[in-house]
Every structure is written in C-alpha cells, then in structure tokens.
Design a protein around this ligand. Sequence first.
Ligand code: F3S
Length: 287
Amino acid sequence: MPIEIIVAQPHGFCGDSVFGVSAAISKAIEASKEYPGNTFLLKEIVHNSHVVNWLFDKYGLKTVSSLEEIPEGSVVVLRSHGSSPETYQLAKQRNLTIIDTTCPLVIGAQRQAKKLANKGRKIIYLASAKDHDEAISVYYQAPDSTTITTLNEILDLKIEDPENTIILTQTTLSTLETAKVFSQLKKRYPMITIVPHICPATTARQQAVIKLAKEIGFVIIVGHPTSSNSNRLKEVATDSGAEAYIVDTETDLQKKWFINKKKVAISSGASTPDWLLQRVIDKIKEI
Ligand code: F3S
C-alpha cells in the first residue's frame, strides 16, 4: 500500500503577493521583465541555491554579493529581511534604481528601534545570528543605543540599566524558542521590557510540524542546508519525538527511511518553493 503523505499547513514561502518572501520574488520577476538583462539581486533572495539558479536561468536575475558588482545605472533588488542605511546610500551613489522588498514587519522593527533610541532607551536586539541582514538593518537605525545578541548569548549579558532597556527580536525567531529565554530574563531583570517583533509565519510553521511530528512520528522537511529556518523545523520535529530528516531535493531521499512506514508528514522552510516540495512528494509516491 502506498505511504500516506500529509503536508503541514502552513509551509514554504512566507507572505503573499504584497509582503514577505513571496512578494519579494514576484517583485524581482516583474523587475526582470521591465528591465531585462539589467536587474540584479543583492545577496541570495532566499537561502536556497535552487531558487537563486532558477531566477537566473528563467529570468536572467543575477545574484551578486556586493553593490560594486552591479554596473552603474542598473536595477538592484533588496531582500525582504532588510538592508543597512549604507546599502541604500551606496546604491544611490551608484545611480541604481532600487526595488526594495523589505517586509513591512521588518520595517516596523526598524522604526521602533529608531523611536526608542530617540527617547533615550537602550535596545538589546535578539537575533538568530549577529550578522543576519535584518539584525544589521535594525542595528544601523540606532547604532549607539543597540546591542545585538543571540539566543545562546543573551543570558550571559550583564544588563546595567534594565529599567531603561528594551528587548526587541528578529522577526524570524519563533515564540517557541524565545519563551524560555524571556522567562529567565524576566526573573533576573523584572523591570526589563520585552517587545517581541516575532512574525507569526515562523511560529505557525513550527507549530504545524510539532503537531504532525507527535501524531505521525515520521517527518521530512524540504529545505536547503544553509536555511536556518528549515533546519529548525527538523529540530522541532526531532525534539517532539519524531524520526525526522531534512532533504535539499528529492535525490536526498533514502528508501530505507520508508521501510514499515504507513504515513509521513512533510513540510518546507520559508525559503523553499512549492515546486521543490512537489518534486519530493512525487518521488516519495514512487518509493
Ligand atoms: Fe517573512 Fe516578513 Fe515574516 S519576510 S518571515 S513575512 S517578517
């Protein structure tokens, strides 16, 4: 009997036609049609080389790692997770047309950091990695008032002025992974203010995987090895007691995983397109 495949909801790209990764990719494709051969993506639009290659092969959208690689007068697409003020400045100096796909939720965090710093507050920005684009983009709104830290390091920080300190978070952390740290911080510094800017997209994907991991016990996540949100989906499945694997494409699937299995739950990270998920589903049906 063929294995039953249950797809987690929600999964894959965050956002829709107006915000998030889905909108960023649509805007990049539109720009490639309006300015053919002259549109560049600054850094990977999502952490998935299949998407990066597909955008180049199908739409001629070349990904570059710095603005200097883009000929003056061209078009640059800026990522949904935010860019530093220097990036905008340099793009203008190079006379580039900017297609800005920064997600409104990231813009909200940037504005709040600036507002709080103007009121004399100290900001601790909790990020998945200190060099994450979004962290850098928020930091440069108020560099003198902001300290970037990570989930692993925040509890080692000595917070000198907790009454005047606000903790802000990266949008792509999840409420599940921050809950423990927040409660420990509150115990240690009862006067500290925590304003999580957590986007529901990541939490909802993790919650859906946890539910299926507990029900089914066997989970496959489709995501690129460099995608931290995809890796975290696999981790939450394992932590929930399931046998879980992460695959980049259908070729990573191993037949032995499926021996004596009746059901499999499948999900994908926020950087994985549905066409890649579908290829994995089709391959599982053949196993
Ligand atoms: Fe995506 Fe925007 Fe949330 S980029 S993860 S919808 S903050």
